[in-house]
Design a protein around this ligand. Structure first.
Ligand SMILES: *Cc1c(COP(=O)(O)O)cnc(C)c1O
Length: 380
């Protein structure tokens, strides 16, 4: 049995905090004359829609709808203003800040990975321990386990990982979940819909220290709404609810998310289209002499190693094709991260790349031919 205790993980003042009690906390009925929240009862200053009433602080309608889709209970769901919000709240709930203090808590990340874990830790003045991924983009599991101390509050695992695009070996995650049983282990599954794997949400009842993040920003096509999902034990979700801003998800976002959940089939069709287009894009990129390597992808982007990556990046920008320069990132040297676009956008990228002839002539001998198959790697 795990000896995990959320109470000893939380900062003491969070444990004893009396949260803000909103008007909508005190009366949850839908009918009545609402004179409790100082809203404008006359209406909204908008042309369409009425936004004069505060939204449901706990987004119950979305959670009721989302729970069966994700195979969890509504009480295991927290919704945030993007994934950024739960990333920040998890750190604030558990980590005592202040680098000079001997009691400073730390979080572990495995670079190259998503930048927000480090930014959020730094904003919160929390110590960051970096255990780089191995050259095949998997956790150095022994080193991670060895780095865990009494003051390690969170270990971040991004699977599939950004920017490397690969799934993390489930055995490594399991080992870390078991070894770090006094820490939270957060598995960020922002790209899970693109991968041939099952979500770690199915393991929530087996690991009280497990937290899973997902988002509406990628496969669901709702990046502008800013809606992130966090799945965890009911005990931890209650803590996040206690410390979040009371009305963190706006009424339009809640309404549109509910609408989106009725279109799961369309989401799946878009994912299938993106995966098919990714395959076509990868094959065409490979035929270009400036492309040295394409890494296997379990996501909606490709990590591509170019000759003169920086120059190719600048050239593309000048042609108004914008990709992400990861060429200075350790283990991603010489790489650009390219999101799969529409067929037209992908063709435009390829057309521009075919016309590239600069700053140094392509040295075809450097074409390693070691290109891995761009289909998803098996997670078996
Ligand atoms: C895109 C992305 C997210 C999503 O962030 P939102 O704030 O929900 O838009 C989360 N994690 C990773 C690794 C991502 O790449």
């Amino acid at each position: 049995m795990s000896s995990f205790s959320l109470q000893s993980l939380l900062r003491p003042h969070i444990l004893t905090l009396t949260p803000y009690s909103s008007a909508r906390d005190e009366y949850t009925g839908k009918e009545g004359v609402f004179l409790d929240a100082n809203e404008n009862a006359l209406g909204s200053t908008t042309d369409s829609g009425q936004y004069n009433r505060y939204p449901d602080p706990y987004q119950s309608a979305i959670k009721e709808r989302l729970a069966p889709i994700k195979g969890v209970r509504p009480e295991q769901i927290f919704l945030g203003n993007g994934s950024d919000e739960p990333i920040d709240l998890l750190i604030r709930a558990t980590c005592r800040p202040g680098r000079s203090d001997a009691s400073t808590d730390n979080i572990i990340i495995m670079p190259p990975t998503y930048g927000m874990y480090e930014v959020s830790a730094t904003i919160n003045d929390v110590e960051l321990v970096k255990i780089p991924l191995t050259p095949d983009f998997q956790p150095d599991t022994d080193a991670v386990v060895a780095a865990v101390t009494d003051t390690t509050k969170i270990i971040w695992i991004c699977s599939p990982n950004n920017p490397t695009g690969n799934l993390i070996d489930p055995e490594s995650i399991r080992t870390i979940l078991k070894a770090a049983d006094h820490s939270l282990v957060v598995v960020d599954e922002a790209y899970i819909d693109f991968a041939e794997t099952t979500s770690w949400t199915g393991e929530l009842d087996n690991y009280p220290n497990l937290v899973v993040l997902q988002t509406f920003s990628k496969a669901w096509g709702l990046a502008a709404l800013r809606l992130g999902m966090c799945f965890a034990s009911e005990e931890l979700i209650r803590v996040l609810n206690k410390i979040k801003p009371p009305y963190n998800i706006s009424a339009p976002t809640q309404a549109l998310a509910l609408e989106a959940l009725g279109h799961e089939r369309e989401k799946n069709e878009m994912v299938a289209q993106i995966l098919a287009d990714r395959q076509v894009l990868a094959e065409k990129l490979l035929s270009l002499p400036i492309v040295q390597h394409i890494y296997p992808s379990d996501v909606n982007f490709l990590l591509v190693r170019f000759m003169d990556a920086k120059a190719v990046f600048e050239y593309l920008i000048n042609r108004q094709v914008i990709v992400r320069d990861r060429s200075k990132v350790k283990l991603c040297e010489g790489c650009l991260r390219i999101t799969v676009g529409t067929s037209d956008e992908n063709e435009r990228l390829l057309t521009e790349l075919r016309q590239y002839d600069g700053p140094t002539l392509p040295d075809t001998s450097a074409h390693t031919g070691t290109v891995t198959h761009p289909e998803p790697v098996s997670n078996a």
